[in-house]
Write a protein that binds this ligand. Structure first.
Ligand SMILES: Nc1ncnc2c1ncn2[C@@H]1O[C@H](COP(=O)(O)OP(=O)(O)OP(=O)(O)O)[C@@H](O)[C@H]1O
Ligand SMILES: [Mg+2]
Length: 1014
């Protein structure tokens, strides 16, 4: 959304109006071709009104027609819709204006005001409430700000209760002027507020025209007040009992719910920090006004006023905290100071009634001012940082009744002043703009109401001066002498006429006591009766003094003892009002203006009725046609170059999608392409000015056509962009996760490495110091070495006793342990073997231990001396041909003998026994290797013994040659005789066999022993 906060802002809404123009009228009068025609203006307004489109723009000015029914256009949703949106993007709405003011204030950091004008019942107060509600919702909120927001919002029902009343024109007519500042901090939070009130119509307290009511609060109190409260105030729940409430004859109105309004006011008072005593005093005053109204006077014998209604007096006295006596004196007597003396002069009945009413008006009027001040205290922002403000001016509209009095004179004068301001500000800004942009411009004629303002306010000659003069002059001044004076002084003025001065025709429409002013908004005939009195607003001096004795805190505050004495006359009402308007003008002139012009569609307060004559009149006097003319005088449309280019650049291939040069050049190029004629437009310094709406309509129509095409393209691009975006997001996410994961892994790896380095370092240190005595450095290493050796040992233990040589070599520190373990293990194996021997086998084994008797006697004799230790039968394989021969093998202490019967075949000294070879198979073969130095000596013996283990065990024990036994695999070489070698090959097979193989080797085949059978 582009920002169109350009100050002129005037044409910001225009483009949107262009698209909707044919549907329901046009949304901006500036685009009306027949802009000078009041009828065309009215037609458009009517058309839209009947479609419930009550808002229409003239540039940034908002015209609002009172719908007299609830429309569904003020919801929170609507507020959200209008928040932060460009003026021209949505249909006209009061929210759009409010939002635009707010955003302009925010961006330019300056002050603004919204002038809401229109006649009574046109919807000014409603409009101001809508604006306030919009800010309450749209501005940033915090707990503190919400507090201010609630007070701002709730100040309305309170002020309306005390300052609004039912009139013939409006059931909720504001009877005071209200200017409210909302203060914003630099973040846009509503941080405070201030209310200025103007000229409350006090006369209403004591008098109402037929069909009108007193101020709402009286009825609310009587209808809604709790029983206890009413009892305490001495009131009855019946409005008819109070003479101040029934003069209009319509205390009850169907459109007003006094009871619920009462509850609302109660709630509001508590939010605006009215404490119990404030509320007590406040309603004490309201009730005392009602009681005052009921006080009746009768003439005594001398014709002076006396009281005959002590009950009412009692209540007033109680509620205001003034002794009854004092009060009574005050109401029936007037104090006259004569030299040093004070004299009380009694009133006539009429005088007394007058004094009573004056007192009631004074009490109510001052209490109203107190109320405004009290609300201001509650809204005040104590923070001194710089604020910007938006002012809301909801002031009484131009009023014309059948009988118009002093109040209407003041109200209409106020409207003249505001019209002046309006003319000045709108014309000034317009003129300035043309000047600034270097555009030639012919000033547009318009009616300047300065002449009327002067008629009213000019020094010495103006009506106000004359009125004041008449009030102050000594002697018998009356309303009629005032009229005469006016006729004398300003008789010739074109805007002033009286019965006397009028021509024949006009005279018929005027009473003798009337004067007529030709206001900018129309003629108003004022009845001069009461002017002096109301302008003086005199409260007899002792009336004030009586009030000063009050114990009621509010009254005490309202009638301070420091008040300037009546010796110096107080300013008249109209002079006060005039200066307050000067003050208001100053306040407004220092701010940027925005306008809401409210129009009343009919006098009957009915929805759906559009009274052409009535509306035409308002359109006229609200200056709408003039405003429109001024807007259109030069050029109907103007736009900053960049904004114009931004919207319409798709219409020219050179400017779409992007224009490289300056915006002004881009616009020149664009309008050349569009074929604008030279008299249709002007190029200003920063803006393009287009003279006729139709030129713009054509451009806008072309844009609408082009927009759809573009929208499709943009949509496609956008979808692509979205998908790409999603993909990118996913990719980024994946990368992020990956990075995190890698980080985690790297950290783990680093930790692992650090740990490894530590371990390795320790290991190396341990290794270096492994041979030193156990210490810190090597303890772990040694433990590791021990464990490692033991683990390896466990996995590599010899399977059989025969493999005992394959015992794992121990590290130095384990040498001793290893030996012990080896011994233990061998023992264990032997034990296991022995345990595994069956008794049969044992017997068999034992039987093989041959005794000496089994040995041939001859042999025995020969070797007995050597101590025969063991004898066993063997098969000897011949050296030549490997033929098997049964023999006996005998071991003595000295040598091993191979014996055949009585013959010793071979003697082998243990010394010459070189070794014994056995196979790793179950063939029972053993080969005894002998040292053969002598060539004639027999060679090695190839034997087979069924008791191989016993025999070998014996041999190793006897000959002490444990290490000589070698277990071989495959093949054994042996010496058949010295120098002649032979071979025995071992293998396993299906069947045991021994034979001479073709290669001359002795082939021994044995059946493979099934594991565990040994
Ligand atoms: N926008 C609106 N939507 C619905 N009703 C509205 C709207 N504006 C005004 N009204 C009706 O019109 C009535 C009169 O409006 P409002 O009190 O705002 O008039 P006013 O211009 O302030 O008159 P006065 O000058 O007498 O104070 C309201 O009470 C309400 O019923
Ligand atoms: Mg109002």
């Amino acid at each position: 959304k582009q920002d169109t906060k350009e100050k002129d802002g005037t044409y910001g809404n225009m483009e949107a109006s262009l698209t909707a123009r044919d549907r329901v009228g046009i949304q901006d009068f500036v685009l009306l071709d027949a802009y000078t025609s009041e009828s065309a203006f009215l037609d458009n307004l009517r058309k839209r009104f009947h479609e419930n489109l009550i808002y229409t723009y003239i540039g940034t000015l908002l015209v609002s027609v009172n719908p007299y029914k609830e429309l569904d256009i003020y919801s929170k949703k609507q507020m959200d819709t209008y928040m932060g949106v460009n003026f021209f993007e949505l249909p006209p709405h009061i929210y759009a204006l409010a939002d635009n003011v707010f955003r302009t204030m925010q961006s330019e950091f300056n002050n603004h005001f919204i002038l809401i004008s229109g006649e009574s019942g046109a919807g000014k107060t409603e409009a101001s409430k809508k604006i306030l509600q919009f800010y309450a919702v749209s501005c940033p909120s915090t707990k503190l700000l919400n507090n201010v927001r609630d007070r701002l919002l709730l100040s309305n029902p309170v002020l309306e209760a005390f300052g609004n009343a039912k009139t013939l024109k409006n059931d909720n007519s504001s009877r005071f002027g209200k200017y409210m500042d909302i203060q914003f901090d630099h973040q846009g939070g509503a941080v405070g507020g201030h209310i200025l009130s103007y000229l409350l119509e006090k006369s209403r307290v004591v008098h109402q025209n037929h069909g009108e009511r007193n101020f709402h609060i009286f009825y609310q109190l009587v209808e809604g007040g709790e029983e206890d409260l009413l009892r305490w105030l001495g009131l009855e729940r019946n409005c008819q009992h109070y003479s101040y409430l029934v003069q209009g004859g319509c205390a009850k109105v169907s459109s007003i719910n006094d009871k619920s309004d009462w509850r609302m006011v109660q709630k509001a008072l508590s939010v605006i920090e009215f404490n119990e005593s404030d509320i007590e005093h406040l309603f004490g005053i309201i009730a005392s006004v009602l009681h005052l109204g009921n006080i009746k006077f009768v003439a005594d014998v001398r014709g002076y006023a006396s009281l005959n209604n002590n009950q009412e007096m009692h209540w007033v006295s109680k509620l205001l905290g003034i002794p009854a006596q004092v009060l009574q004196q005050g109401l029936t007597h007037r104090k006259i100071e004569a030299k040093a003396e004070e004299v009380f002069s009694p009133f006539s009945v009429d005088h007394a009634v007058y004094a009573r009413d004056a007192l009631a008006k004074a009490i109510y009027g001052r209490t109203f001012n107190w109320l405004v001040n009290k609300i201001n205290e509650s809204l005040a922002n104590k923070d001194s940082s710089r604020k910007t403000v938006i002012g809301l001016l909801d002031i009484y509209g131009f009023e014309v009744f059948n009988v118009n009095s002093f109040e209407q004179f003041c109200i209409n004068y106020c409207n003249e002043k505001l019209q002046q301001l309006f003319i000045q500000l709108t014309l000034k800004s317009e003129q300035e703009e043309y000047e600034m942009e270097g555009i030639e411009w012919e000033p547009v004629p318009y009616f300047n109401n300065k002449i009327i303002c002067d008629l009213v306010e000019e020094k010495h000659r103006g009506i106000i001066s004359l009125l004041d003069e008449e009030c102050l002059r000594p002697g018998e001044a009356t309303d009629l002498t005032l009229l005469e004076k006016m006729e004398e002084t300003i008789g010739g003025h074109p805007h002033f006429v009286t019965h006397k001065l009028a021509d024949q025709k006009t005279r018929k429409t005027l009473e003798r006591g009337d004067f007529r002013l030709l206001h900018y908004a129309g003629e108003v005939t004022y009845c001069v009766v009461g002017f002096l009195d109301k302008n003086n607003d005199l409260l007899y001096r002792n009336g004030k003094e009586v009030m000063r004795q009050s114990k009621n805190a509010i009254i005490k505050h309202c009638f301070p003892s420091t008040e300037p004495d009546s010796k110096r006359r107080p300013e008249t009402v109209v002079t006060q009002f005039k200066s307050s308007l000067v003050g208001l003008t100053e306040i407004l002139m220092s701010k940027e203006p925005w306008y809401v012009r409210c129009i009343k569609p009919n006098e009957a307060k009915q929805p759906g009725r559009f009274d052409d004559v009535l509306v035409r009149h308002q359109v006229k006097y609200l200056g709408l046609m003039e405003h429109l003319r001024v807007r259109r005088a030069g050029f109907a449309y103007r736009r900053k170059y960049d904004i114009f280019l931004q919207r319409y650049k798709p219409l020219c291939p050179d400017t779409w999608p992007n224009w490289k040069g300056t915006a002004a050049e881009g616009v020149r190029c664009l309008i050349k392409h569009l074929g604008y004629k030279p008299d249709e437009y002007k190029m200003g310094r920063s803006k393009i000015f287009i003279r006729h709406p139709r030129t713009l309509f054509a451009t806008e129509d072309a844009f609408q056509v082009c927009k759809h095409k573009l929208a499709t393209r943009i949509q496609a691009k956008y979808k692509g962009y979205r998908v790409k975006g999603d993909y990118q997001k996913q990719r980024d996410a994946a990368t992020k996760i990956e990075n995190c994961w890698r980080g985690i892994m790297a950290r783990k790896e680093r930790e692992k490495r650090a740990w490894a380095v530590k371990v390795i370092k320790k290991f190396i240190k341990g290794f270096i110091t492994r041979n030193q005595p156990a210490c810190n450095d090597n303890s772990e290493y040694l433990a590791y070495v021990r464990q490692n050796y033991l683990t390896r040992l466990r996995e590599n233990l010899p399977k059989t006793v025969l493999e005992k040589d394959s015992w794992l070599t121990p590290p130095p520190i384990m040498k001793e342990a290893s030996q012990l373990l080896k011994k233990l293990y061998i023992r264990h194996m032997v034990g296991k073997y022995v345990q595994g021997i069956t008794p049969q086998r044992k017997a068999q084994v034992q039987s093989t231990f041959l005794s000496a008797e089994d040995i041939n006697i001859k042999v025995l004799q020969m070797i007995q001396h050597e101590h025969i230790k063991y004898s066993v039968p063997v098969v000897k394989y011949d050296r030549n041909g490997f033929r098997p021969r049964l023999r006996q093998l005998i071991f003595t202490q000295e040598a091993a003998y191979l014996v055949e019967e009585a013959k010793i075949k071979q003697r082998i000294d243990y010394i010459s026994l070189k070794g014994v070879s056995v196979s790793n198979l179950s063939d029972n073969f053993l080969i005894l290797h002998v040292t053969c130095d002598d060539i004639k000596q027999k060679g090695d013996l190839v034997l087979q013994c069924d008791y191989l283990f016993e025999a070998l065990t014996k041999l190793s024990v006897i000959a002490n040659k444990q290490n000589y036994i070698k277990v071989v695999q495959g093949s054994v070489r042996f010496d058949i005789q010295p120098g002649r070698e032979g071979f025995v090959d071992f293998k396993s097979g299906q069947e045991s066999m021994v034979y001479r193989a073709k290669n001359g080797h002795l082939m021994v085949v044995s059946v493979k022993i099934i594991k565990g059978s040994c």
